[in-house]
Design a protein around this ligand. Structure first.
Ligand code: CDP
Length: 793
C-alpha cells in the first residue's frame, strides 16, 4: 500500500503544492449558511410557479377548467398542455431519444405527472390556485407490474408513439450467446438466482428547481437551475425552445446533492422558461419533497436472472443473465446513446472468465420516468450487485469460502489492459492486494471463527464480501455521446499578473468538493498554492463547453483536462523563464513553483515572477504572445476502472429480524489520490447510501399505481443511527492513460456496498438454508426469509 510520493499539508496555508489532505475551500461558505442555492435566487418582480400533478397513474384527460384558478388572487397565468401544444412545446426530448410530455395533453401516464401550471405573485397563491383547477379524468387500467406490461392484452401506455401496439421499450444484448451456452453445457456446476434491484430514488437534500428570466429586449434567457450538466441542458433548451444557444445562459449555483437526480431535464424547468416568456417576468419553480420523490428520475428497477457456471474446484467459466428493465412511462434514462442499458455490460465483474452473455428487455409502465444513474456510472450498480450476489451463491453451492472463490478468479495484474467478454477494456488493476488488505483490516479469519461460535449458540452473525470494478469517466468520443454531443470536457486556465489564477471547468460540483480538488490539480502542476486558484464552474457564459458531472466522470475527464491545461501554461512559462534567466529552455528544470537553471538552483524565477513578466512591459521571446493562459478540450481515450474490496459484518436479532451493520471495511483503489480527506468523505457517503438501499429504501407502488414512497416518512433513508463507524483503507493502482493516473471515486461506495451488506445478511441466515433475499432487507423481509418465505421477485 504505497501512496505515490505526494506533498501533503494539513491546513489551508500557503504551501505551493498540490495533492494531499486539505480542508475544502467551499466549506466556509457552505457551513456558515452562505451558500447560494437556486431557491436563494431573488429577482425583482419575480413570480412563482406551481405544478398541478395527476392523482392517477393512467387516465385520459377529458377536459380542464381553469377559470376559477385564473380568477384567484395573485394569479398571473394558468397554462395547460393544450396551450403548450399550440406553441409546439407540449412534448420534449428525453436524454435517451424518447419524448416526454411537458404537460399532459391526451393522457396522464404516471401518478404525479405534470398536467397544468399556475404562475402567481407568491408561492402560496400559486399552490392555492392549483386546488381550483378542475380536471375531468377518464380513469384507465394502470400497468404497474413490469411482467404484465408485456402481456398481449396489457393496456397500451404509449399510444402517443405512432404505430406503437405494445409496451415494449427496447431490447439489448451483449456478449456471445452461443459461446456462453457452450461453456454452460460443459460446466460441472451451474447456479441460477433471481435477483431484484428495486426502484430507489436518489433523494438529494435539495429538490429540483429553477428560476427563469427571459429578457425580451435582449432576447436572452437566464436560467438558474439545479442541473448537473449546465452545458448539455443549454443545448437542449436551444433545440426544444428554438432559442439561439448564445442567448441562453444556464447557471447552476450551489447544488445540494445530485446523485444523478439532476441530470435529466424535467418538465418543471421548461414550464418555468415558458412562464417567464409568457409573463415577461422572472419565474421561480421549486419542487417540494413529495414532488421530487414521485416525479423525478428514479433509479434501478431491474429484475434479473443471473446464472454462473464453474468447475467443481471453483474456477468461474461463464455468466449468463436475463434482465427485465422497468423504464416507467417515458424512457428518461441518462446513458450514452449507444448504451441503452448504460454500462450494465460490466456484469462480468472483476473475474477472468471464458464467456458471458446478457439479454435485456425494457418496458414502459405507468410509473415515473427515469432510470437515472443514482450515484453510479450508468447502471453499473445493478451489474455489480448481480455478479457479486451470484458469485456468493456459487460459493454457497460449492461450499467454498466467498473470499477464497473471489481470489481464485480475479483478473491477474499482468492481464491488464484486460478486455472483458462483453468488450470493455479495463485500464489497470491489481485486485489481490486490495482484497488482502480488506481481509487483514477486518481480521477475516477471526471473524469466521467468531461466527462459528455464535452459530453454535444460535446467534445470527453474517460476513459479506463484495469486490467491484467500476467503469467511470464517460467517455471516449469514438464510442460515446449523449444526444449526439461528444463526452469531452473543456478547461481554461488564466494566471493573472500577480500570480493568482482562475481555472474554468465544464463540470459542476454538487457537493463533491471540486473547488478544492481542481485547485489542487492545477497547483500540483504549476506550483501556485491552491488557495490562490479560483475554480469557476456552473455558468455556461463563463465556462468552456463540456458534458457535466455524473457517473464519477469529473476527475477522469475534467481532472485530466485541468492537469493538461496547467501543463500547457507551464510550457509557455518555461519559454518566458528561459528569456528571463538568459538560458535555453533545455537548461531549465522545474522545481515545484519555479524554474531554475540546471546545476545552479540559485538562479531561478518563480511562477509568480513569470506571470508578471508575461503581462509586463518589454519584449517576450519571439512567437510568444502576452499573458499566461491556455485552454483545452480533453477527449479521454478510455474510461478509468477503479476497484474496491468491501467486507460487512452484520448481526441479526433472531426475535425481531432487525439487521444491524456492526462493521464495514472499505478498501478503495481510485489510482492517484488528489485529496484523501475528500475521498474518504465520498466513500462514507456512498457506504451510507448502500445501507439505505440494502436495508430500507424502496419506491413501491400499489396495484392502482399509487406511489407508496412519496414522503420521507415512507421512503426511509439512513441516518447516523443506522450506520457503523466506517473503516476505510486504500491501494493505489494508477490509470495508465490519465495524465495524473487518477480514477473516479465518487460513486464507488454506492456501487460496492449493497452486495456486501446483502451477502452478509444471507450469510447470517445460512442456518435457515436461505440462499437469497431481495432488498430492501427490512425486518419483515428478513423474517419471511428466516421462515422460508423470501418474497418472490
Ligand atoms: O464526478 P464526481 O465529482 O462526482 O466524481 P469524482 O470524479 O470521483 O470526484 C469526487 C471527488 O473526489 C472530487 O472532489 C474529486 O476531485 C475527488 N477525487 C480525488 O481526490 N482523487 C481521486 N482519485 C478521485 C476523486
Amino acid at each position: 500500500v504505497q501512496e505515490p510520493k505526494l506533498t501533503t499539508f494539513d491546513d489551508n496555508d500557503q504551501k505551493p503544492v498540490g495533492y494531499g489532505r486539505m480542508l475544502r475551500k467551499e466549506d466556509p461558505r457552505l457551513l456558515r449558511g452562505r451558500g447560494r442555492f437556486t431557491d436563494d435566487v431573488q429577482l425583482p418582480g419575480m413570480l412563482h410557479l406551481a405544478i398541478l400533478r395527476s392523482p392517477f397513474a393512467h387516465a385520459r384527460i377529458v377536459g380542464i377548467d381553469t377559470s376559477a384558478a385564473e380568477a384567484a388572487p395573485g394569479v398571473r397565468a394558468v397554462v395547460t398542455g393544450a396551450a403548450l401544444a399550440e406553441q409546439g412545446l407540449a412534448w420534449m426530448p428525453t436524454l435517451s431519444n424518447d419524448v416526454q410530455a411537458v404537460l399532459a395533453t391526451d393522457k396522464v401516464r404516471f401518478q404525479g405527472q405534470e398536467v397544468a401550471f399556475v404562475v402567481a405573485d407568491d408561492r402560496y397563491q400559486a399552490r392555492d390556485a392549483l386546488e381550483l383547477i378542475d380536471v375531468e379524468y377518464d380513469v384507465l387500467e394502470p400497468v404497474v407490474d413490469v411482467r404484465k406490461a408485456l402481456e398481449p392484452d396489457a393496456p397500451l401506455i404509449r399510444d402517443d408513439l405512432e404505430g406503437k401496439t405494445n409496451n415494449h421499450c427496447f431490447d439489448w444484448e451483449t456478449g456471445d450467446k452461443d459461446e456462453t451456452d457452450a461453456v454452460f453445457a460443459r460446466a460441472d456446476v451451474v447456479v441460477s438466482t433471481d435477483v431484484v434491484y428495486p426502484r430507489v430514488h436518489p433523494a438529494p437534500m435539495e429538490t429540483c428547481g429553477a428560476v427563469a428570466d427571459f429578457d425580451a429586449v435582449e432576447g436572452k434567457l437566464r436560467l438558474w437551475s439545479t442541473t448537473q450538466a449546465p452545458h448539455a441542458h443549454r443545448t437542449l433548451y436551444a433545440i426544444v425552445a428554438g432559442l439561439p444557444e448564445h442567448k441562453i445562459q444556464v447557471i447552476a449555483p450551489d447544488i445540494g446533492g445530485g446523485f444523478g437526480n439532476k441530470v435529466p431535464i424535467y418538465p418543471g424547468y421548461v414550464c418555468a422558461i415558458v412562464a417567464s416568456i409568457v409573463t415577461g417576468k422572472p419565474v421561480k419553480w421549486m419542487e417540494d419533497r413529495s414532488e421530487n420523490l414521485i416525479s423525478t428520475g428514479f433509479a434501478r428497477d431491474y429484475i434479473m436472472r443471473g446464472e454462473i457456471a464453474a468447475t467443481r474446484d471453483g474456477k468461474i467459466l461463464g455468466i449468463r443473465t436475463n434482465v427485465l428493465a422497468d423504464h416507467g412511462a417515458f424512457n428518461g434514462t441518462a446513458a450514452p446513446v449507444k448504451y441503452p442499458a448504460g454500462f450494465f455490460g460490466v456484469f462480468t465483474g472483476s473475474y477472468d472468465l471464458e464467456a458471458a452473455y446478457c439479454k435485456m428487455t425494457a418496458v414502459y409502465t405507468n410509473k415515473a420516468p427515469g432510470g437515472v444513474a443514482y450515484a453510479c456510472s450508468f447502471r453499473i450498480t445493478e451489474a455489480v450487485y448481480l455478479v457479486e450476489r451470484i458469485v456468493d451463491t456459487l460459493a454457497y453451492e460449492l461450499g467454498m469460502d466467498p473470499a477464497e472463490l473471489r481470489l481464485k478468479n480475479f483478473i491477474k495484474p499482468e492481464q491488464f489492459p484486460y478486455t472483458t467478454k462483453t468488450g470493455w477494456v479495463y485500464d489497470s488493476g491489481n485486485y489481490e492486494p486490495t482484497m488482502r488488505l480488506a481481509m487483514d483490516m477486518a481480521g477475516y479469519a477471526d471473524l469466521r471463527k467468531e461466527q462459528e461460535v455464535k452459530r453454535a449458540n444460535g446467534e445470527l452473525m453474517g460476513i459479506g464480501i463484495a469486490f467491484f470494478t467500476e467503469a467511470v469517466g464517460a467517455g471516449p468520443r469514438k464510442n460515446m455521446d449523449i444526444l449526439g454531443l461528444g463526452m469531452a470536457d473543456g478547461c481554461e486556465l488564466r494566471v493573472h499578473p500577480t500570480g493568482k489564477a482562475v481555472v474554468r471547468l465544464s463540470v459542476k460540483t454538487q457537493g463533491q468538493g471540486h473547488e478544492t480538488t481542481f485547485a489542487q490539480i492545477v497547483a500540483e502542476e504549476i506550483g501556485i498554492p491552491p488557495a490562490d486558484i479560483e475554480v469557476v464552474h456552473g455558468d455556461t457564459d463563463n465556462t468552456p463547453f463540456g458534458l457535466g458531472t455524473y457517473g464519477s466522470r469529473s476527475t477522469p475527464v475534467s481532472g485530466a483536462a485541468a492537469a493538461l491545461v496547467a501543463r500547457k501554461v507551464r510550457d509557455k512559462a518555461q519559454i518566458i523563464a528561459s528569456a528571463m534567466l538568459e538560458v535555453t529552455v533545455a537548461d531549465l528544470e522545474w522545481e515545484k513553483g519555479r524554474f531554475q537553471v540546471k546545476g545552479d538552483p540559485g538562479k531561478s524565477v518563480t511562477i509568480q515572477d513569470i506571470a508578471m513578466r508575461a503581462h509586463g512591459a518589454g519584449d517576450l521571446p519571439e512567437g510568444i504572445e502576452g499573458g499566461l493562459e491556455a485552454q483545452i478540450c480533453y477527449n479521454p481515450s478510455n474510461l478509468t476502472y477503479p476497484h474496491g474490496a468491501y467486507i460487512c459484518v452484520v448481526d441479526i436479532d433472531p426475535g425481531t429480524a432487525q439487521v444491524k451493520v456492526r462493521r464495514f471495511i472499505a478498501v478503495d483503489d481510485c489510482g492517484t489520490r488528489i485529496n484523501p480527506m475528500i475521498i474518504e468523505g465520498q466513500v462514507h457517503g456512498g457506504l451510507t447510501d448502500g445501507v439505505g438501499m440494502a436495508l430500507m429504501e424502496m419506491i413501491a407502488f400499489d396495484e392502482d399505481g399509487n406511489c407508496l414512497g412519496a414522503s420521507l416518512m415512507d421512503y426511509l433513508i439512513p441516518t447516523s443511527l443506522e450506520v457503523p463507524d466506517w473503516e476505510t483503507g486504500y491501494t493505489v493502482t494508477p490509470s495508465p492513460h490519465h495524465p495524473i493516473g487518477a480514477k473516479g471515486v465518487g460513486e464507488s461506495a454506492t456501487v460496492g456496498s449493497p452486495p456486501a451488506i446483502v451477502n452478509a445478511v444471507v450469510d447470517a441466515l445460512k442456518p435457515f438454508g436461505v440462499r437469497h433475499a431481495d432488498m430492501p432487507l427490512t425486518p419483515s423481509r428478513v423474517w419471511d426469509a428466516m421462515r422460508g418465505q423470501a418474497t418472490p421477485p
